[in-house]
Write a protein that binds this ligand. Structure first.
Ligand code: ADP
Ligand code: MG
Length: 375
């Protein structure tokens, strides 16, 4: 794909004003772009860093057109927007990210089919439309397995772990509401992710492999560089994906590594990702910088330099309760607070990045400090 360069002074329209939109806007403004954001939440984190705000639902046709008319380029910060609407917007407006990635990846079933078509290794799964398909999953996958809704899931929402027959009833409850996929539960040794930006002329720039720990299915910490030998295999999997998914901008591929050191692709986020936040301080370009460079048609850095190893800790509401009184004494923590008006125990309120020459020691220190949280 090849498209025109936008120079500074141009306007970037962002669909979605959460923390990802906010950090995108901050990169864009650093480079001299104006930002206009559309979000249904009047108090969203991006509102106060955008030049203009459109208060509307994501599927509000008129508001989307207003965004398109006011911006030189449109980008989005999350995947749960209507692929059809995005498709019709691409006819009229400049949307380098395109709609194909959204169409394929917002549905866990077509996402898995796409990954199979690309030839990547994924965890065995079955498609579930009704109760009968659930018995099928039991015989095909065996216990334990995870049932996940096809649409709208994030941070483990819309997932049920089925360990034994006793959990089937809970799985039936989500199946009665939405079609699902069932996935074999993997004994995971490590989770890693690779953040990548694709620019003009298919230029591709990789961030370093990221090592992730999830707690209650929400990202808890990211360590960079990952303590893993899977960088090259992960890159090969990403290359296969880029052959079938046409995309411009920053995206992240999440992987599982099992006990036998096998690498599996878990899922793809067609946007900047929580596990790439460390790049703001730890790299010469952040995942938001490269995203903005890509969607404005500029050249990307050939390589991302890691300036210093980093530990990134998410700050959920319960973590803020635990740690906020200490922020003032720890300038080395690089605290980011997103500015969400309501604090909830499991809501992502911010994150912090610690640059370090001793990853193991910093990790130990953080684990001790976060010990007081439940889960
Ligand atoms: P989300 O869209 O909510 O991020 P994921 O499918 O990535 O959904 O699941 C969230 C987390 O749950 C994963 O990062 C992993 O820790 C755990 N998980 C998901 N699927 C599996 C699986 N098949 N086997 C083991 N753990 C899993
Ligand atoms: Mg995930």
């Amino acid at each position: 794909m090849n498209f025109n360069k936008l120079s500074f002074g141009a306007t970037i329209g962002i669909i979605g004003g959460g923390q990802l939109g906010k950090m995108m806007a901050q990169s864009a403004q650093k480079m001299g772009y104006k930002v206009i954001v559309l979000d249904p939440n009047i108090d969203c984190p991006c509102r106060y860093v955008a030049h203009e705000f459109i208060h509307a639902e994501y599927d509000d046709e008129k508001a989307l057109q207003q965004l398109g008319d006011s911006a030189d380029v449109i980008t989005y910060e999350f995947e749960n927007i209507s692929a059809n609407q995005l498709k019709s917007l691409t006819d009229k407006y400049n949307i380098p990210q395109g709609y194909q990635a959204i169409e394929l990846l917002q549905d866990r079933l077509t996402e898995k089919q796409t990954l199979e078509q690309a030839g990547t290794q994924i965890v065995p799964y079955t498609s579930i439309k009704n109760k009968d398909d659930l018995s099928n999953a039991v015989s095909e996958l065996g216990y334990p397995f995870i049932v996940k809704t096809r649409f709208g899931g994030y941070d483990g929402k819309g997932q049920v772990l089925v360990k034994t027959e006793e959990d089937l009833e809970e799985a039936e409850t989500i199946i009665s509401k939405q079609e699902c996929v069932a996935e074999k539960f993997l004994e995971i040794d490590k989770e890693v992710s690779l953040t990548v930006t694709i620019g003009n002329h298919q230029q591709i720039t990789y961030f370093p492999l990221q090592e992730n720990e999830h707690r209650n299915q929400i990202l808890f910490k990211t360590i960079v560089p990952a303590r893993s030998d899977k960088t090259e295999s992960a890159k090969r999997e990403v290359e296969k994906i880029t052959n079938v998914v046409h995309f411009v901008g920053t995206f992240t591929v999440e992987f599982f590594i099992d006990e036998n050191n096998h690498l599996y692709v878990n899922e793809i986020a067609p946007r900047p990702h929580n596990s790439g936040h460390y790049s703001i301080e730890a790299c010469d370009y952040s995942q938001f910088d490269t995203h903005i460079l890509a969607v404005t048609g500029q050249s990307l850095p050939q390589q991302i330099e890691v300036l210093k190893p980093a530990v990134m800790m998410n700050l959920l509401g319960k973590d803020l309760d635990l740690l906020e009184h200490e922020f003032g004494e720890h300038p080395e923590w690089h605290v980011h607070i997103y500015g969400k008006s309501e604090r909830k125990p499991n809501r992502k309120m911010g994150h912090m990045t610690i640059l370090t020459n001793d990853i193991d020691e910093t990790e130990k220190d953080m684990l001790k400090r976060f010990e007081g949280r439940e889960g």
